[in-house]
Write a protein that binds this ligand. Structure first.
Ligand code: LLP
Length: 382
């Protein structure tokens, strides 16, 4: 990131480092090079900026979508429909039709009610829908409660004990082709232990299904691999080797089975930065505040999940600032939760300084809103 280049643009905006994204994609390719049964999809929900999607589709990854809009966006960016999977608890008729029209690889189905609707619409359109059931394995991902998805109390998927009867139903429906099982236990998972537990659950379930004479052609383990928000410089690329090795070692895969992954955050988080400019430095009674022109409308993660995005004052670094101060770094939105970080030591900061929030490539730009009639942040990818 070059400061004088950043300064030429109107803030706030997202800056994506395509070179780092390229190295990240290369690390993924390398980690699965010896595993022909492994198929990696990119979870489009993390960031759907066209330049990012294009680079990921060119690298040969598939796409994991959660809406009709994402399916259209993925196809526009070059993902072949044969590598698109589609999950979501509330797929509408219109969205299901879009997916059927494009003959995507698989629907990850989350209820039998949804299965029946897909069957009816596919019959009407003269299509056959490939279907995997999303199973709720009741595995605790040990992550933030708002991004935990694989527990019995969560709204996602079908309970393990209902899998067999749902599959039996699918096998009876004329326009459904049952292909396998889908799981996703949560996001920002920073230990491999929950994935090991997931593997054990899947092994037990596939064995049970095999004993019932049910063939599972495809297993999809979702996403969830976390990144290092505290040390983006030291760990710009997640440990894909270790992640994929966990599945190589613990999942009993039959020679004919495919294993699918849906990684979002791990692919794009570190290559994205939110670039802001200091509007005011304000000295209160108890605190010093840095007020920047970016806010929770541009990056909602700190307000929503208490997440940390490392702030870097690029201008202070360029002028060799030696003094420092403890600041609260806040946005301009009329909400007291519009805070990036509290009591954080930063170099002495001035009005006009460029402050970059690191690790903002995933669930950053895509979750932006227009609250307070603010324009959506733009983006630069280079
Ligand atoms: N597959 C499914 C079915 C998912 O629901 C998700 C994420 C993924 C894959 C990708 O997960 P990842 O590899 O990115 O962890 N907005 C939150 C994260 C929500 C994640 C939702 N599902 C955040 O900003 O942390």
């Amino acid at each position: 990131m070059n400061l004088s280049k950043l300064e030429q643009n109107e803030t706030p905006f997202y800056y994506y480092d395509l070179e780092l994204l390229g190295r990240t994609l290369q690390a993924i390719r390398q980690a699965v090079a010896d595993a022909p049964q492994f198929h990696v999809h990119y979870a489009v929900k993390a960031c759907a900026t066209p330049a990012i999607l294009q680079k990921i589709s060119q690298a040969g990854l598939g796409a994991d979508c959660v809406s009709g809009g994402e399916i259209v966006r993925a196809i526009e960016a070059g993902f072949p429909p044969s590598r698109i999977v589609y999950a979501g608890v509330g797929k509408t008729d219109r969205e299901i039709r879009i997916a059927l029209q494009h003959d995507i690889a698989a629907f990850n189905v989350e209820s039998t009610a949804e299965l029946e609707v897909i069957n009816a619409l596919a019959t009407e359109m003269g299509r056959k829908a490939r279907v995997a059931f999303r199973i709720n394995p009741n595995v605790d991902a040990h992550t933030h409660e708002k991004i935990t998805t694989g527990l019995n109390e969560n709204k996602f998927g079908i309970a393990m004990q209902d899998a067999c009867s749902a599959i039996r139903l699918a096998q009876q429906l004329e326009s459904i082709d049952f292909i396998g099982l889908h799981f996703h236990i949560g996001s920002q998972i920073t230990s491999f232990e929950p994935f090991v537990e997931l593997c054990h659950c899947i092994n037990a379930l596939t064995e049970k299904l095999e004993a019932e004479g049910i063939e599972v052609r495809s297993i999809n383990v979702g996403g969830g691999l976390g990144i290092d928000y505290d040390h983006p410089e030291e760990h710009p690329i997640p440990d894909f080797e270790g992640y994929f090795r966990t599945f190589k070692e613990h999942l009993r895969l039959r020679p004919s089975q495919e294993l699918h992954f849906e990684l979002g955050r791990a692919v794009v988080a570190q290559c994205g930065n939110l670039v802001s400019r200091v509007v005011y430095v304000k000295h209160g009674i108890a605190k010093h505040f840095i007020i920047v022109d970016a806010g929770m409308t541009d990056l909602i993660r700190p307000a929503m999940y208490g997440s940390f995005h490392k702030p870097v004052n690029m201008s202070a670094a360029a002028r060799g600032e030696e003094g420092s101060e403890v600041y609260d770094l806040v946005g301009p939105i009329c909400e007291s939760s519009d805070v990036f970080v509290k009591d954080y030591e930063m170099p002495l900061t001035q009005r006009g300084d460029i402050i970059v929030f690191r690790s903002a490539g995933a669930y950053g730009e895509i979750m932006a809103s227009q609250y307070n009639c603010r324009p959506l942040p733009g983006s630069i990818a280079e």
